[in-house]
Design a protein around this ligand. Structure first.
Ligand code: SAM
Length: 215
């Protein structure tokens, strides 16, 4: 992917808009068609989440994906999101299960120690970040060696990807900024240090990239 340089003032506006959009949407988000589609993505990568693991959801929103992962009998369901109202909904949903949810910008340092999680995933969030390298490098830090990174996002085949990205550069919808190609995403996670990258369909028009932190 070509390096996109965005003015810091615009980035601040992007973050404020993200928070405002998802705070406003928090109460009704789970009833949306979008959220229903995202649930099918999680079903698609569920088998790649080891049983009894410590799991981090980067951009967890209302916590629907974390709730689905209860099926894997996790030791911890952790998440961060820029929207405090979305996290309020997530906390209600995860009550009674071991969880740790933080309001944070994913492009800042994550509030967890090194080598802490077995799995970290981005479900429909990587395309929201003006600088996705920061959260992926932080994910590398907080994962244990042999820990798993899962990046799940829509898949736009050529030539639609280019058209969609040009459209989003003018109209970023709900903070959707830029989608990776499959090859671009593979190269990107490798450039952040991850290895053994595989890419598979997770649902209709969605794919996930699975990669490991090396020993
Ligand atoms: C399309 S929603 C996906 C939510 C969730 N992953 C799911 O599967 O339902 C994108 C999420 O990314 C969050 N987000 C966007 N920019 C963020 C940032 N810089 N830091 C943390 N979260 C962010 C939004 O608040 C929103 O909850």
């Amino acid at each position: 992917m070509a390096k996109v340089i965005i003015d810091p003032g615009i980035i601040k506006d992007i973050k404020e808009r993200e928070r405002a959009v998802y705070d406003k949407w928090a109460e009704t988000y789970d009833q949306s068609l979008w959220a229903t589609w995202l649930k099918t993505w999680v079903e698609g990568f569920l088998k790649d989440v080891p049983v009894a693991s410590k799991i981090l959801d980067v951009g967890c929103g209302t916590g629907t994906a974390l709730k689905q992962l209860q099926a894997r009998k996790p030791l911890l369901l952790a998440g961060l999101d820029i929207s405090p109202k979305a996290l309020d909904v997530a906390r209600e949903k995860l009550a009674g299960f071991p969880h740790d949810l933080r309001t944070a910008d994913a492009e800042d340092s994550f509030p967890w120690p090194d080598d802490y999680f077995d799995v970290a995933f981005f479900n429909s969030t990587i395309h929201h970040f003006p600088n996705p390298r920061k959260p992926v490098i932080e994910t590398y830090r907080v994962l244990k060696t042999q820990g798993r990174l899962i990046v799940s996002d829509p898949h736009f085949p050529f030539p639609f990807l280019g058209v969609v990205n040009i459209f989003l550069s003018f109209y970023p919808l709900n903070g959707d900024l830029h989608f990776f190609s499959q090859q671009g995403l593979r190269r990107f996670v490798e450039s952040c240090g991850f290895v053994r990258v595989t890419q598979r369909p997770s649902a209709i028009a969605a794919r996930y990239t699975l990669a490991f932190k090396p020993t």
